[in-house]
Design a protein around this ligand. Structure first.
Ligand SMILES: [Zn+2]
Length: 261
């Protein structure tokens, strides 16, 4: 009887996977049932190992886990979504990894967050469907801020609530959104100036993530939006996701500037 209770089933996205010791793989899972958890896939470094197919970044699967003293062990799995685009495109993999790392940093281990899991599955499906990566990344980073309870105020001054008429607007992570000129003058020193049109785009994507399928941000907006979001996530996490550096390198290539891949 005891052994029955020692096996649990979770539905999860593999946020990242890396070699662990000489033979195993360590997986960071975003689960529907238990939030973020780390598990071991024993022997999965060997390509012929039966767990090797599931020990890959971006896989969505049902996992059977056996309780162990330190980290649970994967005993079996059923793959629900095999993200081929992450295998083909280094840029897609980097964008996914950036969101995955931010989520893992933001989520307390073992705390169930069904809304975050369901939205993460939706974003993974959209990525697989071939959506434009900059819009995908901007929208995912905006939406997950909302789930974490730190959505920025982007429609009126966060301090005095007055409407913003100017074409460039101050944004402050510590204040939690945009500031009118008067409040900006008295306000926090971490403010930066952004085009009001860009902030409206961010607000629209936050409210209606489906817009990312059709909205095309101008190149300068993509860069500014990602700068703002990096700055804002870093303020809340108190650390910069490591994947940002990789993203900056791959996104700097001429390929990225001219195509949507
Ligand atoms: Zn104000």
């Amino acid at each position: 009887m005891l052994s029955i209770h020692r096996v649990s089933t979770v539905t999860a996205i593999v946020l990242w996977a890396k070699d662990w010791g000489e033979k195993d793989r360590l997986l960071a899972l975003l689960t529907k049932e238990r939030g973020a958890v780390r598990v071991i896939a024993q022997g999965a470094q060997r390509p012929a190992n039966r767990l090797a197919p599931v020990a890959q970044t971006g896989i969505l699967a049902t996992f059977w886990l056996a309780k162990a003293r330190d980290l649970d062990r994967v005993t079996d799995y059923h793959i629900l979504l095999l993200p081929r685009r992450l295998r083909r495109s280094i840029l897609a993999l980097t964008a996914f990894s950036l969101v995955a790392e931010s989520l893992e940093l933001a989520m307390p281990e073992g705390i169930r967050e069904t809304g975050v899991f369901e939205e993460a599955v939706w974003f993974l499906e959209q990525l697989e469907a071939g959506i434009s990566l900059p819009e995908w990344l901007v929208t995912a980073l905006v939406r997950f801020l909302k789930h974490l309870g730190v959505a920025p105020q982007l429609t009126c001054c966060v301090s005095c609530k007055s409407a913003i008429e100017q074409e460039t607007v101050a944004f402050s992570p510590s204040a939690g959104g945009i500031l009118c000129p008067q409040c900006a003058q008295r306000g926090p020193t971490d403010r930066e100036m952004y085009a009001a049109a860009l902030l409206r785009n961010l607000h629209d994507l936050w409210q209606q993530p489906d817009l990312m399928k059709t909205l095309r941000l101008p190149l300068s907006f993509r860069q500014q939006a990602l700068h703002l979001l990096r700055y804002y996530w870093r303020y809340h996490l108190e650390v910069d996701a490591k994947a940002w550096r990789v993203w900056q390198q791959v996104a700097r290539s001429p390929f990225f500037l001219t195509t949507q891949t």
